[in-house]
Design a protein around this ligand. Structure first.
Ligand SMILES: Cc1ncc(COP(=O)(O)O)c(C=O)c1O
Length: 358
């Protein structure tokens, strides 16, 4: 099987397993785990903030951040297919009592004008105060798109002009940093709080960091405990994070090159992919344009030994490259995918600059 469903599937490498086995650990809840403390210090520097807090998942990191930046009854604004809104089980409403307002975009990236238009008039006593803006970089639902730093700075500046705090869901921020050549800290400094995930392209078994000011992170530690995320000998996992910072960041460029090769090969074979959309490790393939329902396409691919997942847009499949997908796997996938999906004549070829349905 060539498993391209998601970059969370990776197995720890032998080097990472050694780092895990050799980790010096203590009681993390009492701040006595030296490996967790070391990871938090590295993470704070990497993300351009005073302090970072280690948590089990990026979902928890995002939800702690929203809780820090808002009061119940406030409104949070972000892109319509953002993970925080679509895939965190209504967490902003449940954990922080927030109203969610979404901005619709084609690729996950919005403009300062869209931010301004989304802000409720502050003087209107009938409306929820708009308090937080969320940016997702790279943008998962948008096909792994990278926000240029200037665009992040522009929407963050507009948010602040309107009295909003800014949260950056950088679950895949290091993919964005490697793809754009922009330091992660430069992105991070544009936001009040930043999430980074260790268990996606970085290849750790689990873990995430949320970063911000010292004062906010002191509160973040309380919310982490409240949400059930204060751990014990968590250095076992933090050691994997430190290993990943040393060994798995620059190599994200390989995942991006593999994704580009996959997209280019599929386009050559007449498959409906949009090459210009491929900026990091995601490739979207429009099963609908082949006249196939997405679940039928996934079933055919499975029979040929390739696993793909559903993208957030209806009828679109997602292939994700990662640590456990080699260049050879990509070449093999390029044989298998068109074979699995032929018989369904292409009704559209989106490889050119055509407007996209997804
Ligand atoms: C952009 C984004 N943010 C947050 C998360 C949540 O990560 P986790 O499932 O580790 O909580 C994901 C997971 O896919 C994601 O893609």
């Amino acid at each position: 099987m060539i498993d391209l469903r998601t970059d969370t599937l990776t197995q720890p490498t032998p080097g990472m397993r050694r780092a895990i086995a050799e980790a010096v650990v203590g009681d993390e809840q009492k701040r006595e785990d030296p490996t967790v403390i070391a990871l938090e210090e590295r993470g704070a520097d990497l993300l351009g903030h005073e302090e970072a807090v280690f948590v089990p998942t990026a979902t928890m990191a995002n939800q702690i951040a929203l809780r820090l930046l808002s009061e119940p009854g406030d409104e949070v604004v972000g892109e319509a297919s953002a993970h925080i809104f679509r895939y965190e089980l209504g967490g902003p409403a449940v954990h922080s009592g927030l109203v969610m307002k979404t901005i619709a975009t084609a690729d996950g990236r919005f403009t300062p004008e869209q931010v301004r238009a989304a802000v409720n008039p502050p003087a209107d006593l009938h409306m929820a105060p708009t308090r937080v803006l969320c940016i997702e970089n790279t943008h998962n639902g948008g096909g792994g798109r990278v926000w240029p730093l200037e665009q992040v700075a522009a929407v963050a500046a507009e948010a602040r002009r309107n009295g909003l705090a800014v949260h950056l869901d950088g679950a895949r921020l290091l993919n964005a940093a490697v793809a754009s050549g922009t330091p992660a800290a430069a992105y991070g400094r544009e936001a009040d709080t930043v999430t980074v995930c260790l268990s996606k392209g970085l290849g750790c078994p689990l873990g995430a960091l949320v970063a911000g000011s010292r004062e906010r992170m002191a509160k973040a530690r309380r919310f982490k405990h409240l949400f059930g995320g204060a751990m014990r000998q968590a250095g076992i996992v933090a050691a994997a994070g430190l290993y990943a910072f040393d060994h798995h960041v620059e190599r994200l460029a390989d995942d991006h090159a593999n994704a580009r090769r996959l997209a280019a090969g599929l386009a050559e074979a007449g498959m409906p992919v949009r090459l210009q959309q491929v900026e990091t490790n995601f490739v979207q393939l429009d099963a609908g344009a082949l006249g196939l329902e997405a679940d039928e396409a996934v079933a055919r691919l499975r029979t040929e030994g390739v696993l793909l997942s559903f993208a957030s847009r209806h009828g679109v499949l997602r292939a994700v490259t990662h640590l456990d997908v080699s260049a050879e796997d990509v070449e093999e996938a390029l044989e298998r995918i068109p074979r699995a999906l032929t018989g369904a004549a292409p009704t559209a070829n989106l490889a050119a600059d055509a407007p996209t349905p997804f």
